[in-house]
Design a protein around this ligand. Structure first.
Ligand code: ATP
Ligand code: MG
Length: 183
């Protein structure tokens, strides 16, 4: 499943509604220091179910919401919407009927975050499984962030195996097995 579009509003530096088309193939994000390149990658991870503050470079869930800068007041909501091309019908059931899948995550101050898949409210788990089956997701090797190459080189063998399993597309099976076993 290819990602076709990423939309953000109120997420970190992306205070105004921003839309980024994602073309097939390798996508690079370039720009001056501090312009929001890493934030863009974090938005992609966040909408796919990332919940670790560390990998989102914050100390709390709400740190992803625009905190105010340059005279512009802070926002109370952040939303990221990721559109996936499912024309090859590779998505798992029950999402496989639609040719296009829209996954969104919205956080509001004091209210936590909610996910939607094609407009219907979903659990974080549903979103994570959807992407795990598609060999993608917040921890996907397809997202190469700053320092990631060095991390892989220095990884312990078990960590490196996990990275290879993600790339091979079997990590969704492990996640389903853990869920079935109630772990
Ligand atoms: P570099 O080239 O140095 O890696 P970058 O393009 O990756 O830069 P980012 O790390 O994405 O830049 O963006 C950093 C900027 O985002 C900082 O100026 C920081 O203040 C701002 N920022 C982070 N979180 C928020 C937030 N919640 N609200 C407003 N601004 C934020
Ligand atoms: Mg960066």
């Amino acid at each position: 499943m290819n990602f076709t579009r990423l939309r953000l509003a109120g997420f970190k530096t992306f205070v105004d509604a921003t839309e980024a088309p994602i073309e097939p193939g390798l996508t690079g994000v370039v720009g001056p220091n501090g312009c929001g390149k890493s934030n863009l990658l974090e938005a992609l991870r966040w909408v796919m179910g990332e919940s670790s503050f560390k990998s989102l470079r914050g100390s709390g869930m709400e740190d992803v919401i625009f905190a105010g800068s340059g005279g512009r007041p802070a926002r109370n909501h952040a939303e990221v919407i990721l559109t996936l091309d499912n024309s090859a019908r590779l998505a798992p059931e029950p999402f496989n009927q639609a040719a296009e899948i829209e996954v969104s995550r919205k956080i509001s101050r004091g209210l936590g975050s909610t996910y939607r898949i094609n407009g219907r409210e979903a659990r974080a788990r549903d979103v994570q499984l959807l992407f795990a089956d598609a060999s993608s997701g917040a921890r996907s090797p397809a997202l190469v962030g700053q320092g990631r190459v060095g991390e892989i080189i220095n990884a312990r063998p078990e960590q490196r195996r996990r990275i290879l399993e993600e790339a091979a597309g079997v990590s969704g099976l492990h996640a389903r097995r853990r869920e079935a076993e109630g772990r």
